[in-house]
Design a protein around this ligand. Structure first.
Ligand code: G1P
Ligand code: ZN
Length: 543
C-alpha cells in the first residue's frame, strides 16, 4: 500500500460554521472537496502520530464514501489506530463518548445534524478534540485558513474496509477497528441512570413513544428502551437509520415531528413522547397533553437531576446559550450555583464542562447534555426525564405545573425566516445593530426596553472573546427579544428571532404561548422591520 501525495487547489468555501462544515452533497462530491477539508483538519493538528482517531457518522447519504476516504487519509497521515462505528454509524454523543473512553486524539464526525439527507441534500464534516467536544474556534479558524492555501493531500491506495463486520483490519501502518456503535454508550447510560426504577415505571404500564425519525438514534433507542428497559416492541418508531431519513427532515420539533405531537395531544396519548434528530444530539420532550420547550426542559432537568444516580451529588453549575430562555437561571439561583450564558453552539460549553464549572448545559434548539460527554445528547435527556418520572411518579404535566408555580414561567418561541437573501438578512441585523444606542428607555406599546446589546462572550476558563453573537433587546420585567443569523444553513440565510415573556410565580401561568408573546412578536417586527427588508410577513418555522 503506497501513500500518495495528491496535488490539489483550494476551495474558497470551507469555513466551518456553528457545527462543522456543511454543504449540499454535490458540493462534497466534487473531486478533492472532502479530501481538502480532511487534510486541512490534519494539517491544523499536531502530535497525533501513532495516536487514535474515531470516525463515525449519522448514516446519511454519502456517509460510507467519506468514511472510506477519511480512513485512507488518517492512515496516510500517521494515525496509529482508527476506531469506526459498524456500518459507519456513531451518533454524535456516542462518538464523543468513544473519543473520551478510548483516550483518542480526536474524532471526525460526518453529519449535518437535523438537516435533510439524500443525493441533493446536506452533508457535513466536523472535527472533535480529545475531550470529545467540537473543536474550539482557534482550531476551526486554523482549518479554514489552511483550506485557503492547501496544495496537496495525503491518501493511501488501499481497498475499502468492510464496515459491516466488527474487528480489526490493517490499512497501511494503521489498525482499523470496526466497533459496536451502541455498546459503550449504553453502558454509560446504565451508570448514570436508575434503569431498575425506569424498568419498574414501564412495568407499571407507563407508555412511551419514541420517534427516531429514521435517523441514527434508532439502534440506540431500540437497545436501551426496548431491550434494557423492557418497553414493548414498537415503542421506538422509525428506528432504522435511512440515508435520506425516509425523505423527512430529521429535526425533532413541532413542525417536523408533527405526528408525534398530535398523538401526544390526543385522547389516547401515551404518557411520554420523545424524538431525536439526524445525529442523535437533539431531543424533543412531550408529556401527555403538554409540550415542554427545550428551555423549560433544561430548567426542569436541572431542578430534578439529583434524583438520578449520576447527579445525586448535585450540580456544579448550569450553562445555557444566550438565546435559550432564562428559566434555568432561576433554578441555578435557587440551587445556589452559577449560571453561565454562552454564545450559540455546543463548543462554548466544552471549557466549562472540562473545568468542572458546569454540570448541565442546554440550548433552546433542543440540545441538552451534561458532563458525561462533550456534545449535546438526545437520548440522555430522554433517560433523565424517565428517571425523574420514575422517581417522582407524577405526570410531565404535574412536574411542569409545579415547576412554574415555584419559579415562574418563561413563555418562549423561536421564529425562523429561512432561505432569505443574504444581503437582506444582513441588512436586518445591521439596522437593528444601528439602533442599539437609541433603544434603551424606548417603549413599544406597553413594553419598556431596559437594555440592548450585541452579545459578546468572555470565556471564564481560557479568556477567549467572541463578539457579534446575536442582538439582545431586554425589556423591563425580564422579557426579551433576540435576533441572530443562523450559522448552520446551506442555502441563503436564516434569520432567527427568539421571543420570551417572563411571568413570575403567582402570575398567569396557564396561557397559550402565542397569546402570551403576541405583543413581543409585534415589537420584534417594529424593531427589525423584517417585512420591509425581506418581503416576509410570517416566519417559515415557529418552534
Ligand atoms: C443551530 C442552533 C444551535 C445549535 C446548532 C447545532 O445553530 O440554533 O443552538 O448549536 O444549530 O446543532 P444556528 O443555525 O442557529 O447557528
Ligand atoms: Zn444534531
Amino acid at each position: 500500500m503506497t501513500i500518495r501525495e495528491v496535488a490539489t487547489t483550494p476551495f474558497p468555501d470551507q469555513k466551518p460554521g456553528t457545527s462543522g462544515l456543511r454543504k449540499k452533497v454535490p458540493v462534497f462530491q466534487q473531486t478533492g472537496y472532502a479530501e481538502n477539508f480532511i487534510q486541512s483538519i490534519f494539517d491544523s493538528l499536531e502530535g497525533f502520530a501513532g495516536r487514535t482517531l474515531v470516525i463515525g457518522g449519522d448514516g446519511r447519504f454519502h456517509n460510507r464514501a467519506v468514511i472510506q476516504t477519511a480512513i485512507r487519509m488518517a492512515a496516510a497521515n500517521g494515525f496509529g489506530t482508527i476506531l469506526v462505528g459498524r456500518g459507519g454509524i456513531l451518533s454524535t454523543p456516542a462518538a464523543s463518548h468513544v473519543i473520551r473512553l478510548h483516550g483518542a486524539f480526536g474524532g471526525i464526525i460526518l453529519s449535518a445534524s437535523h438537516n435533510p439527507g439524500g443525493p441533493t441534500e446536506d452533508f457535513g464534516i466536523k472535527y472533535n478534540i480529545a475531550n470529545g467536544g467540537p473543536a474550539p474556534e482557534r482550531i476551526t479558524d486554523a482549518i479554514f485558513a489552511r483550506s485557503r492555501t492547501i496544495d496537496r493531500y495525503r491518501i493511501l491506495d488501499a481497498a475499502d474496509v468492510d464496515l459491516d463486520c466488527d474487528g480489526e483490519t490493517r490499512v497501511g501502518d494503521a489498525i482499523v477497528w470496526v466497533i459496536d456503535p451502541v455498546a459503550d454508550y449504553t453502558a454509560l447510560m446504565e451508570e448514570l441512570f436508575d434503569f431498575a426504577a425506569i424498568r419498574a415505571l414501564i412495568g407499571s404500564g407507563f407508555r412511551i413513544a419514541f420517534d427516531a425519525m429514521s435517523a441514527v438514534t434508532g439502534p440506540y433507542a431500540t437497545e436501551i428502551l426496548e431491550q434494557r428497559l423492557g418497553a414493548p416492541k414498537g415503542t421506538v418508531r422509525n428506528g432504522l437509520p435511512l440515508p435520506d431519513f425516509g425523505g423527512h427532515h430529521p429535526d425533532p420539533n413541532l413542525v417536523h415531528a408533527r405526528a408525534l405531537y398530535d398523538e401526544m395531544m390526543g385522547p389516547e396519548a401515551p404518557d411520554f413522547g420523545a424524538a431525536s434528530d439526524g445525529d442523535g444530539d437533539r431531543n424533543l420532550i412531550i408529556g401527555k397533553g403538554i409540550f415542554v420547550t427545550p428551555s423549560d426542559s433544561l430548567a426542569m432537568l436541572a431542578a430534578n437531576a439529583h434524583l438520578a444516580p449520576g447527579y445525586a451529588r448535585g450540580l456544579a453549575g448550569i450553562a445555557r446559550s444566550m438565546p435559550t430562555s432564562g428559566a434555568a437561571d432561576r433554578v441555578a439561583e435557587a440551587l445556589g450555583i452559577p449560571l453561565f450564558e454562552t454564545p450559540t453552539g455546543w463548543k462554548f460549553f466544552g471549557n466549562l464542562l472540562d473545568a468542572g464549572q458546569a454540570t448541565i448545559c442546554g440550548e433552546e434548539s433542543a440540545g441538552t447534555g451534561s458532563n458525561h460527554v462533550r456534545e449535546t445528547d438526545g437520548l440522555w435527556a430522554v433517560l433523565l426525564w424517565l428517571n425523574i418520572l420514575a422517581a417522582r411518579r407524577q405526570s410531565v404535566q404535574t412536574i411542569a405545573t409545579e415547576h412554574w408555580a415555584r419559579f415562574g414561567r418563561n413563555y418562549y418561541a423561536r421564529h425562523d425566516y429561512e432561505g432569505v437573501d443574504t444581503i437582506a438578512a444582513d441588512a436586518v441585523i445591521a439596522s437593528v445593530r444601528g439602533r442599539l444606542a437609541d433603544l434603551p428607555g424606548a417603549t413599544i406599546d406597553a413594553l419598556r426596553i431596559e437594555a440592548a446589546d450585541d452579545f459578546a462572550y468572555h470565556d471564564p476558563v481560557d479568556g477567549s472573546q467572541s463578539h457579534g453573537q446575536g442582538i439582545r433587546i431586554l425589556f423591563e420585567g425580564g422579557s426579551r427579544i433576540v435576533f441572530r443569523l443562523s450559522g448552520t444553513g446551506t442555502s441563503g440565510a436564516t434569520i432567527r428571532v427568539y421571543i420570551e415573556r417572563f411571568e413570575p410565580a403567582g402570575g398567569d401561568l396557564g396561557r397559550a404561548t402565542g397569546d402570551a408573546i403576541a405583543d413581543l412578536v409585534a415589537a420584534a417586527e417594529a424593531i427589525a422591520d423584517i417585512a420591509g427588508h425581506t418581503g416576509r410577513t410570517v416566519p417559515d418555522v415557529v418552534t
